[in-house]
Design a protein around this ligand. Structure first.
Ligand SMILES: Cc1ncc(COP(=O)(O)O)c(C=O)c1O
Length: 390
């Protein structure tokens, strides 16, 4: 199989597997206990926390372990909004192209808890305008949340600029770094954010572990009820093997495999993929081509085609790609990200996201192009295929 769906999830790297295996034996104590096997589990969690904090230039207590990106974003948004709300402050700001982990958490606060929400538009390249962002902030604004890089298009937002605008006005700023962490620099203090979310399975770690970095001194309300874990910010027994795997994967992503070098390699493969596609289908559109984006992401609309049918054809050819956000699979809605960029509904439904990774080679790109050419020919362009077209 040729795997071009790394923005959905990445393969487990050997370093993460190695870190996890010793913790997957018969008995692993509960890290909250006091006996020897509990202490082994506690040591693994503490060690992972220290190592992730070191990678971020952070303090260990600033790391809150969670079950992944969705929980980290929910904890940041619900937890900060509820804790910092007052009669004079109830306004939230986000962007229309955020992942649903952010967008739906924000909307839930607006619909069920009486917060006011501004969802800012983006330009046709998917970028938020800092001037419009500043203008949307009010004296009542508590929190803004804007992602570093978009999962569907790879578009990178001007986070430092947006965070600085918030800092000047005493407004909290959270950034969803789920797609960015391990690909581009995500030091939260350098970015100037107050909270930053990440998840292990997007940087070659295991599923089911993530973290929220929360600036020291910023208080947050837990969104689950239970014990006193994670400094009373996230109750529940920690997923110890996954947390250990996450720390090992994070070190590889940020330090050992130079993220910058890998990014250069992937961007040249991505450019080759796009140049090949534009020859196979000269009508194809590279969405967000004119802006600063992740090196591994190529979002392409194929006019006249149905994206889902195209994906199924590619799957039969042994190529795994995606129609956009993995969370949208099975949903009949067109991508909210592309619609927000002004892409028509028809074109949004004719879209495939190719996301490259460490295992992508020049040969796999050429094989993908050959497969794509066969699928387009068979399913959409031959006279027999009339009726299959969207
Ligand atoms: C930008 C972004 N935020 C949040 C998430 C949710 O992360 P998780 O799957 O770990 O819950 C994803 C996953 O696709 C994502 O791409």
């Amino acid at each position: 199989m040729i795997y071009l769906d790394h923005n959905a999830t990445t393969p487990l790297c050997p370093e993460a597997r190695e870190a996890m295996l010793p913790l997957l034996g018969d008995l692993l104590g509960n890290p909250s206990g006091i006996h020897a096997s509990a202490r082994i589990a506690r040591a693994a969690v503490d060690d992972a926390r220290d190592r992730i904090a070191a990678l971020l230039g952070a303090k260990s207590h600033e790391i809150i372990f969670t079950s992944g990106g969705t929980e980290s974003c929910n904890l940041a948004i619900l937890g900060l909004a509820r804790r910092h709300r007052s009669p004079a402050k109830n306004h939230l700001v986000t962007a229309s192209t955020e992942h649903h982990a952010v967008l739906h958490a924000m909307r839930a606060l607006a619909e069920r808890e009486g917060f006011e929400l501004t969802e800012l538009p983006v330009n046709e390249q998917g970028v938020i305008d800092p001037g419009a962002f500043a203008a949307a902030l009010r004296p009542e604004t508590i929190l803004a949340s804007v992602m570093i890089a978009n999962n569907e298009t790879g578009v990178i937002q001007p986070i430092s600029e947006l965070a600085a605008i918030c800092r000047e006005r005493g407004i909290l700023f959270h950034s969803d770094a789920v797609q960015a962490f391990g690909k581009i620099p995500c030091n939260p203090r350098e970015l100037g954010v107050d909270a930053l979310s990440a998840t292990a399975h997007k940087f070659y770690g295991p599923h089911g572990a993530g973290f929220l970095w929360l600036r020291s001194g910023v208080s947050i309300e837990a969104i689950q009820h239970g014990g006193f874990h994670e400094n009373e910010r996230r109750p529940g027994t920690e997923n110890v093997p996954a947390i250990a795997g996450m720390a090992a994967a994070a070190e590889v992503a940020v330090r050992e495999v130079s993220a910058a070098e890998e990014s250069v390699r992937e961007s040249s493969l991505r450019d080759r993929l796009w140049s090949g596609i534009s020859v196979i289908d000269p009508t194809a559109v590279h969405n967000a081509a004119q802006t600063h984006a992740l090196a591994n992401t190529l979002n392409v609309s194929f006019p006249g085609c149905d994206g889902e049918t195209l994906l199924m054809g590619l799957d039969l050819e042994g190529v795994a790609a995606s129609s956009g956000s993995a969370c949208m699979v099975g949903s009949i809605q067109a991508s909210h990200v592309l619609l927000a960029m002004g892409v028509s509904e028809e074109l949004a439904r004719a879209t495939v996201r190719f996301s490259l990774g460490r295992d992508t080679t020049p040969e796999s790109i050429e094989a993908t192009l050959a497969a794509l050419s066969r699928v387009l020919e068979r399913q959409f362009r031959s006279p027999k295929a009339v009726g299959v077209k969207a």
